[in-house]
Design a protein around this ligand. Structure first.
Ligand SMILES: *[C@@H]1O[C@H](CO)[C@@H](O)[C@H](O)[C@H]1NC(C)=O
Ligand SMILES: *[C@@H]1O[C@H](CO)[C@@H](O)[C@H](O)[C@H]1NC(C)=O
Length: 203
């Protein structure tokens, strides 16, 4: 590699420009003095899937305002969206196969039911954290946190019910698709539960 190559010169020129631009006040999308991104990264460190946690939440950094309750709320909202999407996907697979009698069809039916319940549970968990965000001084705070923990744990139980139901079904594209999506939703749910649990330890 010779330094006289024109590409190298261009690369070096760009690095120099980037260094200058890095000092400019309007370098990034985040307002000066805003710590939300760092706050989200460090809070996500307490979860089982920190990269997923960070990447799914950072785009809403402005809503979080470095507040652990708002972060848990946002995370529950995002989890609700994920669970709802998987639930509606599985329900439409189930409707399409309703006439078929097989182990797979039975597992799909039970899974659709479990995910429908999981959607309601995630909605309850998000709403409960919303109450907390609205009134952190209320004497009911401990009760709300504990409800949110219960509901988010139940979301995870229902996701397990779905994948466990496929244990006796032989491998196939439908089983693989459903289990992959549900496991992904479970990673979101697990992260949300960890962020709610963190509220207890920080109090
Ligand atoms: C940024 O974070 C530091 C340390 O966590 C804190 O002391 C400071 O108040 C924060 N600044 C803003 C603007 O939130
Ligand atoms: C969570 O969702 C509710 C309902 O859509 C919304 O009002 C609230 O602002 C969201 N919370 C956060 C922290 O984004």
């Amino acid at each position: 590699m010779a330094l006289k190559s024109p590409q190298i010169h261009i690369l070096l020129l760009f690095s120099a420009l980037t260094l200058v631009a890095g000092d400019a006040p309007a370098a990034g999308p985040i307002a000066p003095g805003d710590n939300s991104t760092a706050f989200i990264r460090s809070s996500c460190g307490a979860t089982l899937y920190p990269d997923l946690c960070f990447s799914s939440l950072v785009r809403y950094a402005a809503n979080v305002r470095s507040d652990p309750v708002r972060l848990a709320w946002l995370s529950a909202n995002v989890t609700l969206g994920r669970v709802r999407a998987v639930s509606s996907h599985v329900s439409s697979l189930q409707r399409a196969s309703a006439a078929v009698e097989s182990r797979e069809a039975a597992a799909l039916r039970d899974c659709a039911e479990a995910l429908d319940d999981a959607t309601d549970l995630a909605r309850n968990a998000a709403a409960e954290i919303g109450r907390l965000a609205a009134s952190e001084a209320s004497p009911e705070v401990g009760w709300w946190v504990s409800n949110a923990q219960t509901w988010m744990s139940a979301v995870i139980t229902n996701e397990d019910t779905c994948t466990d139901g496929f244990a006796s079904v032989g491998p196939g594209p439908l089983k693989a698709d459903v289990c992959r999506r549900v496991r992904w939703a479970k990673e979101y749910s697990s992260n949300s539960l960890a962020l709610v649990n963190k509220l207890v330890s920080s109090r």
